[in-house]
Design a protein around this ligand. Structure first.
Ligand code: B12
Ligand code: SF4
Length: 388
């Protein structure tokens, strides 16, 4: 069988991992595979076409790809899968695909992705486990992947020859009871690692921090999604510091426009900067959103959201708020969200940040992730009391 793998024409900086696994799965059955990015023309007419998908709001290029390859190869069996197809299967069927796959393809999961199809890519991406122990309302992982699966911790077998870095896309790796052997393996191999989807602050014990101190990581990602996990986030940042990490490497995703309000968001950002960490604001995106950045939660206004967006550009760096001295002072002197995020630029030369500190924070380390690690939102009646 001739299999054509199609990545639609949407923005992404990563290779289409699902398609690369499907490629290996088909090769193991002696099928031929070809990977293209729409609207490219394949070299041979295919028998089966797999179109993948990513964010729900990037659905248009997916429909265009399905239609266009279906028109070009009317006899081929056109299948659509991936994140959007799994979260919005009814909508995905409107594309005209012959089959819409919801969730994972278990037979493909055990295959090493066919990295030879993306030779420019030099890092191994891996889900060492699937699923998550928690069920946060704003996250679709439980729906996409279900209960946590076992952890593959013989890391060496999954690292593609020649790759120098491993990017783990596990949703909540510390929630897996077998995290230790995996961490020990990473240390033993000395390979650079990125826990790309963040570490759950509540599970970041001394044992974890100690192991992290032996790892090659350019950033350590956490999340401060709601005020209820304040003590856990503060403890995690201190632990990392005590074990020798520079807190400027600690990038904390700060969910907003969800069940919070502007004042609450301001306090979380201020907390993080006072603890020496970097706050990366993460605007809530509904799980079924068909257009990005359109949702305004009942506690927010479009104006306040615009204020955050502008402040990120003017006061921050690469969309984040690093603990610049000037910025910390500005936030500490502010009593309200409006004051804190007013656009009186913080003079860079007055921030007193040594050059090498700034260079630690690159675009690369600040790529937005999902907002992991908050678990079920506990009701916090009076969050201001928590700040006392
Ligand atoms: C890695 C990741 C990212 C990366 C980018 C990923 C990329 N490829 O470019 C980064 C870190 C940049 C990121 C950012 C964001 N992310 Co994100 N991210 C993920 C994550 C962990 C994996 C996504 C991925 O690429 N998977 C690769 C998939 C497709 O491969 P696979 O699963 O191995 O494939 C299997 C199946 O899907 C299937 N399959 C796949 N394709 C096909 C095709 C066919 C035909 C068939 C049959 C089967 C099939 O078979 C494969 C084998 O089993 C998911 C969570 C998760 N665990 O899925 C969230 C997720 C996709 N992200 C999410 C969100 C919200 C975001 C942000 C919007 C957060 C924010 N507010 O800023 C940002 C957006 C950034 C932007 N550019 O606009 C949401 C999406 C919700 C939605 N409405 O779409 C998710 C689902 C997480 C969540 N919290 O709910 N993200
Ligand atoms: S946000 Fe993180 S901790 Fe919460 S359900 Fe999603 S993956 Fe799990």
């Amino acid at each position: 069988m001739r299999v054509l793998l199609v990545e639609p024409d949407y923005y992404t900086r990563y290779p289409p991992l699902g398609l690369l696994k499907l490629a290996s799965y088909h090769r193991a059955k002696n099928d031929t595979v070809e990977l293209i990015r729409a609207p490219a023309e394949p070299t041979q007419p295919p028998d089966r076409i797999y179109v993948t998908s990513l964010f729900t709001y990037a659905w248009r290029p997916v429909h265009e790809a399905v239609r266009s390859y279906k028109d070009r190869f009317p006899r081929a069996d056109v299948r659509l899968g991936g994140i959007y197809a799994s979260l919005l299967p009814e909508h995905a069927r409107l594309s005209g695909a012959d089959h819409v796959q919801v969730g994972l393809v278990p037979e493909a999961e055990s295959h090493m992705p066919a990295y030879d199809l993306v030779p420019e890519w030099t890092s191994t991406i891996l889900f060492a486990s699937r699923g998550c122990i928690r069920r946060c309302g704003f996250c679709s992982v439980p729906k996409l992947e279900g209960r946590p699966s076992e952890l593959r911790y013989e890391l060496e077998r999954f690292i593609y020859p020649g790759h120098k870095k491993v990017i783990l896309w596990d949703n909540n790796i510390l929630g897996n009871p077998n995290w230790k052997p995996l961490f020990d393996d990473i240390i033993r191999l000395g390979i650079e690692v990125d826990f790309n989807q963040g570490l759950d602050a509540r599970l970041l014990t001394d044992e974890v921090a100690e192991r992290i101190s032996h790892m090659r990581m350019s950033s350590i990602r956490l999340a401060y999604d709601y005020i209820g996990i304040r003590p856990a986030v503060q403890a995690a940042v201190s632990r990392l510091r005590e074990h020798g990490a520079s807190t400027r490497k600690v990038i904390v995703y700060t969910l907003f426009d969800y069940v919070d309000d502007p004042e609450n968001f301001f306090h979380r950002v201020r907390d993080l900067l006072n603890w020496g960490a970097v706050s990366y604001p993460m605007r809530f995106e509904p799980l079924t959103s068909l257009a990005k950045n359109q949702f305004v939660s009942p506690h927010w206004t479009a104006e306040a959201l615009t204020r955050v967006a502008k402040a990120r550009r003017v006061l921050g760096f690469a969309g984040a708020f690093p603990p610049y001295k000037g910025l910390v002072e500005k936030l500490n002197a502010s009593g309200t969200f409006d004051e804190a995020f007013s656009l009186r630029p913080v003079q860079k030369e007055r921030q007193g940040v040594p050059q090498n500190t700034l260079s630690e924070i690159s675009e690369e380390t600040l790529v937005p992730i999902t907002y992991h690690g908050s678990g079920r939102l506990r009701k916090v009646k009076d969050w201001r009391k928590m700040l006392a």
